[in-house]
Design a protein around this ligand. Structure first.
Ligand SMILES: NCCC[C@H](NC(=O)CCC(=O)O)C(=O)O
Ligand SMILES: NC(=O)OP(=O)(O)O
Length: 317
């Protein structure tokens, strides 16, 4: 594997899922693979899970790890080419990426959607610029449109907990007062498409995702109907894609409660976290036996380890 920006960079998804499960069983099997190599983690946005799990996975592989909060620890970075840099950003990505590429063998980046200009967000400029100028593998720690390390952890979690060969997986929109990106939902759809699952997506009208990500996913606007017989309920809020970045409703009837979970086939609840309790999901679900959120977050370490291992193997050939 060269870069890890989306599912398109994965040649064998099943192999990657198995590799994650193997890393969980034996975390230090490849502890010398990253010896004398460095990974730089660059955060343009906040993180708990991604930051710690990637750091931990890299350490398990023997990598040296540098973590930086861009714009706080470092200079603000200008991404556009040919502009007069008379604003708040003191350094251009052309120099910053090239320099980071000299210090690091792998660069991992988190940079969320700004939710103002859809074309700008969906162009993924930060990632394209680093890919162009750093000349080392780039790993996506959540971009404007995707969160593939999360999606891989989700696939691992579904493989671990499924009791049917072809489970029903329902992605449901949840209410939130803030405008959040579509990245996690897009990515989850993208990764569910090749999986052996019945995949259903439910959200209020106006929250349709980019069809490119929806793929074979079946959209049902009635949440109760969508939840019927579900084995996994994957909750997430996202702002509108069509009315870009807008919050069109906060309808509390979309919150996941025990009554909603009772519509499923003894279904399990998943969410990437962080989440607002009793806004998106009721305490009774999160604190009960149906919730997989902690297991799911723990699997972030193994999804990161599987991906970094593939990239290191690619570096060493
Ligand atoms: N990395 C996991 C999700 C990150 C982000 N959530 C958030 O920003 C939640 C913020 C809040 O609830 O205030 C998102 O939806 O893409
Ligand atoms: N799920 C996830 O990516 O969490 P963080 O935003 O805390 O990294």
């Amino acid at each position: 594997m060269k870069h890890f920006l989306s599912l398109a960079d994965v040649s064998d998804l099943n192999h990657l899922i198995i590799s994650g499960i193997e890393a969980k069983r034996n975390p230090f099997a490849d502890e010398t693979l990253g010896k004398h190599k460095t990974i730089g983690l660059m955060f343009f946005n906040s993180s708990l899970r991604t930051r710690i799990s990637t750091q931990k996975a890299a350490a398990n592989l023997g990598l040296n790890v540098i973590v930086m909060n861009v714009g706080q620890d470092s200079w603000g970075l200008e991404m556009e080419e040919g502009v007069i840099m008379n604003g708040t950003k003191a350094e251009h990505v052309k120099e910053a990426a090239a320099i980071m590429g000299r210090y690091c063998n792998i660069i991992a980046i988190r940079s969320f959607a700004e939710l103002e200009d859809r074309d700008k967000d969906y162009a993924e400029t930060v990632f394209q610029q680093f890919k162009k100028y750093a000349e080392v593998p780039i790993v996506n720690l959540e971009s404007a449109t995707r969160h593939p390390l999360q999606s891989l952890a989700d696939c691992i979690t579904i493989e671990e907990f499924k009791i049917k060969e072809r489970p029903k997986v329902v992605l449901t929109w949840l209410p939130h007062f803030k405008a959040l990106p579509q990245a996690v939902a897009n990515s989850f759809c993208e990764w569910m498409n090749p999986m052996n699952v019945e995949f259903v997506i439910t959200h209020p009208e106006g929250y349709d995702l980019d069809p490119k990500f929806v793929g074979k996913g079946q959209v049902i606007y009635d949440q109760d109907k969508a939840l019927e017989g579900a084995d996994f309920v994957y909750g997430k809020n996202w702002s509108s894609y069509t009315h870009y970045g807008q919050v069109l409703t906060q309808d509390p009837s979309w919150m996941i409660t025990e009554a909603k979970m009772a519509l499923t086939d003894n279904g399990k609840f998943m969410h990437c976290l962080p989440l607002r309790r009793n806004m998106k999901v009721a305490d009774e679900v999160l604190d009960g036996p149906r919730s997989l959120v902690i297991e799911q977050a723990a699997n972030r370490e193994w999804s990161a380890q599987a991906v970094l291992k593939e990239i290191l193997l690619g570096l060493n050939v």
